[in-house]
Design a protein. Structure first.
Ligand SMILES: Cc1cc2nc3c(=O)[nH]c(=O)nc-3n(C[C@H](O)[C@H](O)[C@H](O)COP(=O)(O)OP(=O)(O)OC[C@H]3O[C@@H](n4cnc5c(N)ncnc54)[C@H](O)[C@@H]3O)c2cc1C
Ligand code: FES
Length: 509
């Protein structure tokens, strides 16, 4: 690997964060509303916006700050080209469901495009073609099959040979007339409309449980209750399960992004590699010029080993493609993968008809989150929606899910035991400033981070969700759970759910 010309930005901040979002007080007493929406990302805000427009009283609950979860750390391509997908969907689910999938995504893109234009939202929206490129002959064959799937489904695309980068491609597949935008600039006016229509927002309010019933109650971790007729769980990983076994039906994968200024101009378009390691490229307007967003390096959460290396690999790729002149941003994030590549959107189980979930977007949640909001709104107002069946969380397609179902569970069980048995990585005295590792304290394996002032922060790595052992993430200075993706700060505070309780602090005897 070539040595870096630039010092990697110390803090992992996404470019989108430059946009200021209003802040809100936390919930301080019991309250009642028609609909409680939990989670202030693209799914929750779009659902809240649509439901308030239907005349409902809606309260939006967010455990941290709005648009600071996955939506605040996305790449924000708005497209139905979700990697190589449609040929697989046709094989596993049939042409009808593959077509429904495509149409739901095309409608979500249409929704974003129309609302941006009608409301004159200045969110750096631009129409772009999306491209998948293959560098190996094996992937080129897959692109040919995918093109056949496009033709069967009537998707407008084209097979060609090259893209305007210094990459030796064997085949390239385009999907025409897709888009990209700035997610915070897009969601801010929706949030404003929601508030103007009487919607309420509570930040720093973690939903910990739901008491079910015709009048459900969302219970916060401070014990306050929000009584409502419907609950929309848009918390990314669902914070409640109701024996829907979401913890066994999904797994989290992290990937990395850098925002760089480059010597060469960006040729337009949005790019994604078919081969591994995955690479994603797009540009966005930035201070009168443009910022190039390079993404990739996907791995299962908590299994990234040396997380800094992932940023270095992206930097090297960007340098080769376009020549870096400035490297102001880097960030990482994770999304959830379902067993059959199709998200779970609808009632959380077949028994809980008034509690809805939207999750498992496989890193394509700009359209999926929007499609989910549109679908859940229809379910609540009793309007037929052609995609309800496809996304129904109660489905269980036998092919290819069952084997993966078992594999996912085995993976979780293995992590519960593995972390407790392995030897400690270091002695606490060996830790340098700004370094984290597993050390032995009073005979027990303990998570340790020595901060820049030499203070040692000790935590019990046992995840408060279901007991797996968290791993140190060097690049973000967090403890990440390999099972369902909960993340904790070095002090043990929850950074990302499904866990709602902090890690226990360890005090040496
Ligand atoms: C690296 C990366 C790149 C991506 N690039 C793209 C792309 O180019 N195009 C695309 O379409 N998609 C992309 N995605 C996927 C997309 O960003 C996500 O699918 C989408 O943002 C998910 O939105 P959400 O609203 O469901 O979740 P989030 O944005 O994560 O929102 C959930 C919110 O719920 C809150 N919350 C969690 N638990 C609780 C609780 N118990 N109580 C209250 N609040 C809670 C969280 O704090 C969070 O704010 C990418 C994903 C990743 C990881
Ligand atoms: S055990 Fe589920 S996120 Fe950690």
């Amino acid at each position: 690997m070539q040595s870096s010309k630039f010092t990697m930005p110390r803090f992992p901040e996404p470019y989108w964060k430059e946009e200021e979002i209003p802040s809100f007080e936390k919930l301080k007493s019991d309250t009642a509303t028609d609909i409680a929406v939990v989670g202030g990302g693209i799914t929750g805000i779009t659902a809240a916006y649509l439901l308030v427009k239907e005349g409902f009283n809606v309260s939006l609950l967010e455990s941290g700050s709005l648009i600071n979860g996955t939506t605040g750390h996305t790449t924000a391509k708005v497209t139905a080209q979700h990697g190589l997908l449609y040929d697989d969907l046709i094989s596993h689910l049939g042409e009808e469901k593959a077509l429904a999938y495509y149409q739901s995504q095309a409608e979500a893109l249409h929704f974003i495009r129309s609302i941006t234009s009608q409301r004159k939202i200045e969110c750096d929206f631009s129409n772009e073609d999306a491209f998948i490129y293959a560098e190996s002959s094996k992937s080129a064959k897959k692109l040919e099959k995918e093109m056949e799937a496009y033709q069967k489904l009537g998707i407008s695309g084209e097979l060609s040979e090259s893209i305007p980068f210094n990459i030796d491609t064997k085949a390239v597949l385009s999907m025409k007339n897709q888009a990209q935008f700035h997610p915070l600039k897009y969601l801010k006016p929706l949030l404003r409309d929601f508030l103007d229509a009487g919607g309420k927002v509570y930040e720093h309010t973690t939903a910990a449980d739901i008491e079910e019933g015709e009048n459900a109650r969302v219970v916060t971790n401070e014990g306050f209750k929000v009584q409502c007729k419907h609950v929309v769980i848009a918390s990314h990983f669902p914070f409640a399960d109701f024996k829907g076994f979401y913890f066994a039906k999904m797994h989290p994968e992290r990937s990395y992004s850098i925002g760089v200024k480059t010597k060469k101009d960006f040729p337009g378009g949005m790019y994604f590699s078919a081969d591994k390691p995955a690479r994603s490229l797009r540009s966005t307007p930035f201070n009168g010029g443009e910022l190039i967003i390079v993404g990739g390096e996907s791995h299962k959460t908590g299994q990234g080993i040396n997380t800094v290396k992932h940023y270095e690999a992206l930097e090297e790729f960007a340098e080769e493609m376009l020549g870096i002149t400035d490297y102001p941003y880097r960030w990482s994030s994770q999304d959830l993968f379902t067993l059959d590549m199709v998200p779970f959107i609808g009632p959380i189980t077949s028994k809980q008809k008034n509690i809805y979930v939207a999750t498992g977007f496989r890193k394509w949640g700009m359209t999926h989150g929007t499609a989910a909001a549109l679908l859940i709104k229809d379910l609540i107002v009793n309007k037929e929606n052609p995609y309800a069946h496809l996304y129904n969380p109660a489905r269980f397609e036998a092919d290819p899910s069952i084997k993966k179902f078992i594999a996912t569970n085995t993976n979780v069980a293995a992590h519960m035991v593995k972390g407790k048995l392995e030897p400690a990585e270091k002695k606490k005295e060996e830790l340098k400033a700004d370094e984290g590792a597993v050390v032995k304290i009073d005979g027990k394996r303990t998570g340790a981070y020595k901060d820049e002032n030499g203070k040692l922060h000790l935590i019990d790595r046992t995840c408060t969700h279901m007991g797996c052992e968290c791993e140190w993430n060097e690049a973000e200075r967090t403890w990440d759970c390999p099972c369902h993706g909960s993340r904790f700060s070095y002090k043990g505070e929850v950074v990302e759910g499904p866990a709602v309780k902090p890690l226990k602090k360890v005090k040496p005897k």
